[in-house]
Write a protein that binds this ligand. Structure first.
Ligand code: NAP
Ligand code: ZN
Ligand code: ZN
Length: 348
């Protein structure tokens, strides 16, 4: 085993604090990544506070990981020492089921091995608020040196989670697309949908985000807590992507869809929503969901972002500010993703 250290939540709702633990020795197919930056996803908060249930503690969160390869196993083909590499929300899967065969490991029928708060080979996985990670090269992503490394980290979750549904529902030119919530996922959805050529409308509850939304690519901005403003767009959207982290009313957005159009949820609030069937029946509308993206598509997204110069807008923080960052995210006070600089992680 090799020693690793980071910040962990010792139990639900307790502040994160320094924590030392062990990672497996790298095997023939594994690489060791010295973590340089890790993005802070709202899913980290949901899990560190056990809002979805079933959390395992102590928990080192973090699944937007980028850094440098410092060791490679004897059978590793695609990475060498000194390369940049990334790890997103998964570190392994069964590799045999139909979902894995389709390259959609997030839907692995045996359950994907998630980067933290999950297990791999019977051992609890621990995430990227830490100094290093050991991962099979099949789940490591190639990172372009062309992009700012810290601002690339959020692509590993916020990027792929929005890229995948935008591609699946074929968002592009001639489509009117709504993005609900301007946070970490929302701002990536906005940049990506804009770059795919869609007419993009940003829905926000925060009046002070309008100018940013336009700078990030929105053709229009709608204040979702203003019913009259919402009504102006009734029946006009080809696709809506909902990234909101807290319970809210889906019906108001379904009513904005055109006939046969789809609204897809990626935001995963801790409580179920009530949904009157008429929101779907009138207009034959669909309500769908989407979970991150497979490894092949994550690499495709990273390559697309490198080619089109797309990264996240970030606020870089030392790891000592992580608890404060959580509190600020809960107040929608982040522009638009916190990223931890792991050079600030004290060695035990
Ligand atoms: P975030 O940065 O905190 O952004 C969430 C945004 O939602 C806020 O900026 C805010 O936008 C809006 N919002 C927050 N509370 C609201 C409320 N009460 N009513 C209406 N709007 C509200 O979070 P994130 O990291 O983007 O994550 C968003 C959600 O996606 C989380 O639930 C997370 O767990 C989930 N997630 C899912 C996947 C997946 O694979 N499906 C992957 C990653 C994350 P405005 O200020 O613009 O209103
Ligand atoms: Zn995430
Ligand atoms: Zn599988």
């Amino acid at each position: 085993m090799i020693q690793s250290w980071g910040y962990a939540a010792p139990k639900a709702k307790a502040p994160l604090a320094p924590y030392t633990f062990e990672r497996r020795d790298p095997g023939a197919n594994d690489i060791v990544i010295q973590i340089q930056y890790c993005g802070v996803c709202h899913s980290d908060i949901h899990q560190a506070r056990d809002e979805w249930g079933g959390s395992v503690f102590p928990m080192v969160p973090g699944h937007e990981i980028v850094g440098t390869v410092v060791k490679v196993g004897s059978a590793v083909k695609h990475f060498k020492e000194g390369d940049l590499a990334g790890v997103g929300c998964m570190v392994n899967s069964c590799g045999k089921c139909v979902a894995c065969a389709d390259g959609e490991e997030q839907f692995c029928q045996k359950g994907a091995n998630f980067t933290y708060n999950s297990s791999e080979g019977g051992v609890t996985t621990q995430g990227g608020y830490s100094d290093k990670i050991v991962v099979t090269e099949a789940f490591a992503l190639r990172i372009s040196p062309k992009l700012d490394l810290a601002a690339t980290a959020p692509l590993l979750c916020a990027g792929i989670t929005t890229y995948s549904p935008l591609r699946h529902w074929k968002v592009g030119k001639g489509m009117k697309v709504g993005v609900v919530g301007l946070g970490g996922l929302g701002h990536m959805a906005l940049k990506l949908a804009h770059s795919f050529g869609a007419h993009v409308v940003q829905f926000t509850t925060s009046k002070n985000k309008e100018a940013d939304a336009r700078r990030l690519g929105a053709d229009d901005v709608v204040f979702s807590n203003d019913p009259a403003h919402m009504k102006k767009h009734a029946g006009s959207f080809d696709f809506i992507l909902d990234t909101v982290s807290a319970p809210h009313d889906y019906l108001t957005y379904l009513n904005l869809l055109r006939r046969n159009a789809t609204m897809t949820l990626v935001g995963l609030p801790d409580k179920p929503a009530e949904l009157p069937a008429r929101g779907l029946i009138f207009g034959r509308r669909s309500l769908a969901g989407s979970l991150i993206g497979g490894i092949r598509e994550t690499q495709e997204m990273l390559d697309y972002c490198a080619e089109h110069n797309i990264v996240s807008d970030i606020e870089l923080i030392p790891i000592s500010k992580i608890n404060e960052a959580y509190e600020r995210m809960l107040k929608s006070d982040v522009k638009y993703r916190f990223v931890i600089d792991l050079a600030t992680l004290p060695k035990p």
